[in-house]
Design a protein around this ligand. Structure first.
Ligand code: SF4
Length: 303
């Protein structure tokens, strides 16, 4: 594994409490645990619930559509290029090659994700936007030399069933495995949310992956690494077994809280700085909005 600048971390990231505010509760659904049978928890949705239960509801239960913003689309594109880069022979993994991959990956994504097509109506806007992905790729090359890396996996789908039946799953940007078997989980961050506002959520996501890997492979990852491409910063975290045991307990408690919220149809808003990036602000009571009626989960909605 290559050495990169690192910021050591210690302790647990802080998170917004699970419930705040005082909205009235609604009529209960018949049996939340049976409704959740077969459901799974991803790090994104788990972090949503921790950040704001109402945001979780909007995304996981109401399944309200969220049109990608140009920034989100740029992140998707940069992720795609960084994945594709490792298809090239090691000696060809240069910044110039990465930039060459941009238009082709964008075309591929547009086919796979039709809502991206509507992002740009003017050719000039698209060209400017595409150009804006270059600094993120340039930043990546200041953090790592991909010619010296052979990832064990990219865009790796992982899933584990915890004691008690909770299924957790997610997609890991990149997994590196050293010759001595040590595992490193790498996640690329390209967003415009300030790192400080985002760091707890990002680490939660990496611990989630670490737990899945530990449960499925029996190995605690040596390093959880976040590459912040906007700020050209690397942030490393080293988990240990005791911490992952605690984290597993946290996830179970979180799942119970989700079950409880479904049973009571009580998902409260938890306003924070992240409201500025929330796609559903206009429906949020904390900002003067009204949520849609709670869906009928007995209709077999997948969570
Ligand atoms: S606007 Fe803020 S409080 Fe409301 S749902 Fe979104 S994140 Fe939660």
């Amino acid at each position: 594994m290559t050495a990169t600048p690192r910021t050591p971390l210690s302790g647990q990231p802080s998170h917004t409490s699970l419930t705040t505010g005082g909205l009235p509760t609604h009529e209960a659904t018949p049996d939340a645990s049976s409704l959740l049978e077969g459901a799974s928890l991803s790090p994104s949705r788990a972090a949503d619930f921790k950040t704001c239960p109402l945001l979780y509801r909007f995304r996981a239960i109401d399944k309200l559509p969220e049109r990608p913003t140009p920034e989100q689309a740029r992140g998707t594109l940069v992720h795609a290029v960084l994945e594709r880069l490792f298809d090239l022979p090691a000696s060809e993994r240069t910044l110039e090659q990465a930039i060459t991959l941009l238009p082709g990956e964008w075309e591929r994504l547009r086919v796979e994700q039709p809502d991206l097509v509507e992002l740009f109506t003017e050719e000039a806007d698209w060209a400017t936007w595409l150009e804006s992905a270059r600094p993120l790729l340039a930043s990546y090359f200041t953090l790592e030399d991909p010619r010296r890396l052979e990832p064990a996996a990219r865009e790796l789908m992982v899933e584990a069933v915890l004691d008690g039946g909770l299924r957790i799953r997610g997609i890991i940007d990149r997994l590196d495995v050293a010759p001595n078997g040590q595992v490193r989980v790498v996640d690329y961050k390209t967003g415009t949310v300030p790192r400080q506002a985002f760091e707890g959520r990002a680490l939660f996501q990496l611990k989630f992956y670490a737990l899945v890997l530990w449960r499925t492979r029996g190995v605690v990852p040596r390093v959880l690494r976040l590459l912040y491409l906007r700020e050209s910063e690397t942030l490393d975290y080293t988990p240990d077994e005791a911490e992952l045991v605690r984290f597993e307990r946290t996830l179970r408690a979180l799942w119970q809280a989700i079950e409880r919220a479904i049973r009571t149809q009580d998902f409260r808003p938890a306003p924070s700085r992240l409201c500025d990036w929330c796609a559903h602000r206009s429906l949020c009571p904390a900002h003067g909005g009204t949520p849609p009626p709670f869906p009928d989960l007995t209709l077999g909605m997948a969570l």
